[in-house]
Design a protein around this ligand. Sequence first.
Ligand code: C2E
Ligand code: MG
Ligand code: MG
Ligand code: MG
Length: 276
Amino acid sequence: VAKSEGGGRYRIYHEEMDAGRRNRVMIEAELRDALRSGMQLEVYYQPQISGEIISGVEALVRWNHPRLGLLGPAGFLPVAEESGLIIELGDFVLNAALTALRRWPDFRLAVNLSAIQLSDPQLARRIVAGLKQHGVPPERLELEITETAMLTADAATKANLRKLRDAGIRIALDDFGTGYSSLSHLQDIEIDRIKIDRSFIRNLGGRSDSAPIVQAVMYIARILGLDVIAEGVETEEQHRFLVEVGCNDFQGFLFSPPVPESQISGKSASPSSASN
Ligand code: C2E
Ligand code: MG
Ligand code: MG
Ligand code: MG
C-alpha cells in the first residue's frame, strides 16, 4: 500500500513538473511565432525627463498574448533568454524603436540589453548597422546594462562594449546599487550615466531612509563626471528631494508610465505632471 501511495505522490509531483515545463515550451513556441509574424510584440516607451522637458524615452517590450493578455517582460524575458530567442527579440525592439525615433527628432532612445545579448559576438556590429540603416546618430542611442551583466563580462561582452562606445553610443548602468556593486566598476567600465535604482527612490524619507545613499551616489557621479538619472520617481516629495541633491533627470510614474508609441508626442513638452 505504502508503495502504491508513494508511486501516486511521485506521479503527481512529476506531472506538476511536466506542466511547468510544458508551459515554458509552449511560451517559447508562441514567442517564436510572435517574433516571426511581428504581430503581437510591441514596444512601449517611458519618457525620460530632463529638468522640465522630455529628453528621451526608454523602450520597454510588451507582448499582447492572445490567451494571456498584455504581458510585461517578467512574463517572457526569462524564457527568451533561456531559449536564445532574446537575440531576435532584441533585434525586434531595436528596429521598432529606431523606426519610432523618426517621429521624435529631439529624443534620445534608451534600450535595455541583457547579459546574453551582450555576449553575442555580432551584437555591436548589428546595432551600429541598425543606426546607419535608420539614419540615427550614435549619440542618440543609450544602451542600458546592469552591473551584474557588466561584472560577468566575458571577452565577447568586453569587445562589444568597446566597439559600441567607440562608435559613439552611450552606455548607462541600469538598476545602479542593486547588483554586485563595486565602486571600481565605475572606473573600469566606461559608462556615461548611472540609473539610480527604483528601490532607493522608493525608500526616500522612509523608515530606512535611502537619502544618504542617493546623496553619496550624486557626489561620486559628479566627481567621476557621470550623468545620473533616477528611475521609479512616483511622488512630488521624491522629485523635490532629487532636485535638491542635484539630480535633474527623472523617469517614473509621476511623469508617465510606459505607453504605446502613439501616445508619445514628438515635442519636448513639459511632463504631464506639470498640468496636474
Ligand atoms: P528596467 O530597465 O529597470 O525598466 C524599468 C522598469 O520599471 C519597467 O518595468 C517600468 O515599467 C518600471 N517603472 C518605471 N517607472 C516606474 C515607477 O515609477 N514605479 C514603478 N513601480 N515601476 C516603474 P518593465 O517594463 O516591466 O520592465 C522590467 C525589466 O525588463 C526592465 O527593467 C528591463 O530590465 C527588462 N526589459 C524591458 N524591456 C526589455 C528589452 O527590450 N530587452 C531587454 N533585454 N530587457 C528588457
Ligand atoms: Mg532599463
Ligand atoms: Mg532600471
Ligand atoms: Mg529595473
